[in-house]
Write a protein that binds this ligand. Structure first.
Ligand code: ADP
Ligand code: ZN
Length: 719
């Protein structure tokens, strides 16, 4: 008997099963676990059983269809270790459902590429009056084409192919690269510098940060490098946020890389198509793999380039089950494949920016809009400290909106709702209340009359006056935008107003409808949150009003200012992308705040410099590493006690340079009828942090009931 470790969809480590012969690693097998048959992946073979061999069950069936390759298994192994998530469940997160099915999978049919062979080339071409037949001939003479491409030239292409094949004039192969037409643009000097830099490192691991404002031509840069890599027959993995994976983008890809076998993998791809595309990528048939975060787990036969567009985007981090960051795993994959990776953004994450500053990543900059006619928007900051607001609107902003409506423009009212927790603020001098122990802003707990730090759990009674100026009239911020639409309707009774949020855009067709309405001039004002900032291009949009930007500056989430900056830049990028200069008006009670200086100047580097200095002061990422241990239960007391008890068990074993705080409620403490709290574990030493998390994992593993649920979130993005 030969013993194997099989990875199964369970929290248990790979389990031992026997078979009469050795089964290759990565094979799919069928086994029994607790009386039920399950699909598993062979994770190790020829193992020494460490339990009584009579208790070891046999493998029921071996599927000899597909084997997950070694580099894929390494990726899974790393992911499981880094995110402290069971290996079997990591495997099953990364597999499409097709590969989890109890049946033999048919291999996808490889496209066949045709070209004229030496005999064919010496034949007389078809006469000129058979224009289409001649076109097919010329195409076969100049390169390798598959049937789909040939049919576009002539619907009867198949007949000619059969005829030429019988005459022995053709070479047919599955291993070719379709020709790539040249770019319609002449790249500008900065674009050329960027592509040249990457192309001079095509055969080694190197991370590039492509920093360029919206519309500066980043996509053209990716395409140019991709063309080079694809022409060499290698594969490209192109990751982007769900919301950016639009039909427009796919059209652009299809135009630039026609006939390139492409796999598109995202959460809405139908299961069957996803499984097939996964296999096509694994077998090297699909050359270009485009997808959202889950596509980072696609096995690829010959990876030659990774691109992560909008690398700062939060949607690359999965916030349930396996809490991986696709951008970080993408960098790991590029290293493994010894190929370059390009991270692109107008507002890079501070982690990435810091690495580009220190030289670990190479910075490539595009500083102008590619289309010379497209002007940068005009951004102003409006001090509303002493302005009476009507549901969040200043009279100035309402007037601008009215005027724009009169002139037939399209306006966007932008609400900032992220990471919000009520905070206290002095309306006179702008003072905000920070925690004396850490950088976090204190959260206002109205009922307890307390300010609490949601990072280290420091508490204090609500002060009666401002410590800075003595003003006794302290206000809670973040309220007062509940009835935005009502105010808008009163101010603009004839305008057509649409709300754009998660609910109104949940279906695939919703965005298309919205675009159609905008194109048909059926809307005058859009009201929305983060959803609106990303990836969408509304040609007519020429006025953006940001009502409550300040919420982010009072947030106890240290990443809130970074997100605010990115969103303000993005939302501003929406204004006036065509020939008309857009206008952006940001209301604030903190007009002197550095972030607004940087926003006005549209200067990411300025913002990053200030923000990184703050982060360094408190050892926050990228200067320190963090994880959150989270738990939830019906009662908050239970959750907090649970976490703090384990914390005390671990404390004596904790590596010296690791800190763990007390349990604090999450920013959104209540979700689906459960109370949620967390403990932060931090260190400047990543390895030490992981040792500490290993301890947590061991202790937590003993609690597997539904009363208290827990998880570990490494490099957490949300608090
Ligand atoms: P980004 O990805 O940075 O937002 P894109 O690559 O989408 O920018 O480019 C923005 C617009 O400018 C697109 O319409 C694109 O076709 C055009 N463009 C990009 N590069 C050039 C160039 N070198 N010459 C002319 N137009 C360009
Ligand atoms: Zn604190």
């Amino acid at each position: 008997m030969i013993y194997h470790h099989i990875a199964l969809n369970t929290i248990l480590p790979p389990l031992t099963y026997s078979h009469t012969a050795e089964i290759p690693l990565g094979s799919r097998v069928l086994v029994k676990l607790r009386g039920k048959t399950q699909i598993g992946i062979v994770w190790a073979n020829q193992v020494q059983p460490d339990i009584d061999v009579h208790k070891i069950l046999p493998i029921i069936q071996v599927f000899n269809d597909f084997r997950l390759p070694e580099n894929w298994r390494e990726l899974i192994q790393f992911t499981s270790r880094y995110y402290h998530y069971p290996i079997g469940q990591t495997v099953f997160t990364a597999l499409p459902s097709l590969l989890k099915e109890n049946k033999i999978i048919e291999p996808p049919e490889a496209p066949i590429y045709y070209t004229l062979n030496d005999v064919g080339k010496t034949q007389t071409p078809p006469p000129k009056n058979h224009a289409k037949k001649l076109a097919i001939w010329s195409a076969l003479l100049s390169g390798s084409l598959n049937l789909a491409a040939l049919k576009k030239i002539h619907p009867k292409a198949k007949d000619f192919i059969q005829e030429y094949e019988q005459l022995g004039w053709l070479n047919a192969t599955t291993l070719a690269t379709p020709p790539i037409p040249p770019s319609p643009h002449i790249l500008n000097a900065e674009q050329v510098a960027a592509t040249t830099a990457v192309k001079s490192h095509l055969f080694e691991y190197k991370t590039f940060l492509l920093h360029g404002i919206t519309g500066s031509g980043k996509t053209e840069v990716y395409f140019d490098i991709m063309a080079d890599v694809l022409a060499r027959g290698k594969q490209v993995l192109f990751l982007l946020p769900e919301i950016n994976l639009t039909p427009q983008l796919l059209n652009r890809v299809a135009q630039r890389f026609p006939d390139m076998p492409t796999a598109v993998l995202h959460s809405q791809t139908a299961a069957g198509a996803r499984g097939r595309d996964y296999l096509r990528a694994m077998l090297g048939q699909a050359k270009l793999v485009i997808g959202t975060r889950l596509a980072v787990f696609t096995p690829m036969a010959d990876l030659g380039l990774v691109v992560v567009d909008e690398e700062h985007d939060n949607s690359f981090k999965q916030d349930n089950e396996l809490r991986y960051h696709a951008r970080d795993l993408a960098v790991w994959r590029a290293r493994q494949a010894a190929c370059p990776i390009v991270l692109g953004s107008a507002t890079p994450s501070l982690e990435t920016w810091h690495k580009a500053q220190s030289g670990a990543y190479q910075l490539l900059t595009l500083s102008n809009r590619a289309n010379e006619l497209a002007q940068l928007p005009d951004i102003s900051v409006l001090d509303v400290r002493r302005v009476p607001l009507d549901n969040g609107f200043s009279p100035q902003v309402l007037n601008l909106l009215k005027e724009n409506f009169k002139n037939g423009g399209l306006s966007l009212v932008y609400l900032n709702r992220r990471g919000f927790a009520p905070a206290l603020f002095c309306a006179d001098c702008g003072h905000t209340f920070g925690c004396p122990n850490c950088s976090a802003k204190m959260v206002l707990h109205q009922r307890a009359r307390q300010l609490r730090c949601h990072h280290c759990d420091f508490r204090q009674p609500v002060p009666h006056s401002c410590v800075e100026c003595g003003n006794q009239d302290l206000t809670a911020v973040g309220q007062g935008t509940q009835r935005v639409e009502e105010t808008l309707k009163n101010a603009l009774p004839h305008a057509k107003i649409a709300r754009v949020d998660r609910d109104s855009t949940s279906r695939k067709t919703d965005w298309a409808d919205l675009y159609a309405q905008i194109a048909a001039n059926e809307l005058d004002v859009l009201v929305g949150t983060q959803m609106l900032a990303k990836g969408h291009d509304f040609a007519r949009l020429n006025l953006v009003a940001v009502l409550n930007a300040d919420c982010s500056l009072f947030s106890s989430d240290f990443r809130a200012p970074e997100r605010l900056f990115a969103e303000l830049m993005q939302v501003s990028g929406r204004a006036g992308r065509a020939e008309h200069r857009g206008r952006v008006m940001i209301q604030t009670r903190l007009p002197e705040h550095e972030i607004f200086q940087a926003v006005k100047a549209q200067d990411f580097a300025l913002f990053a410099e200030h923000e990184l200095a703050q982060r360094q002061l408190f050892n926050l990422p990228p200067f320190g590493f963090q994880a959150a241990i989270r738990a939830d239960a019906v009662q908050m007391r239970e959750v907090v006690d649970f976490l703090n008890e384990i914390r005390d068990v671990i404390a004596p074993l904790l590596p010296e340079n690791v800190w763990q705080m007390g349990a604090v409620p999450m920013l959104m403490a209540r979700l689906a009828e459960r109370e949620r709290a967390q403990i932060f574990v931090e260190s400047a030493d990543r390895a030490a942090l992981h040792r500490a998390l290993g301890l947590w994992e061991q202790v937590l593993a003993q609690y597997r009931d539904n009363k208290i649920r827990w998880h570990i979130d490494v490099d957490y993005q949300e608090m």
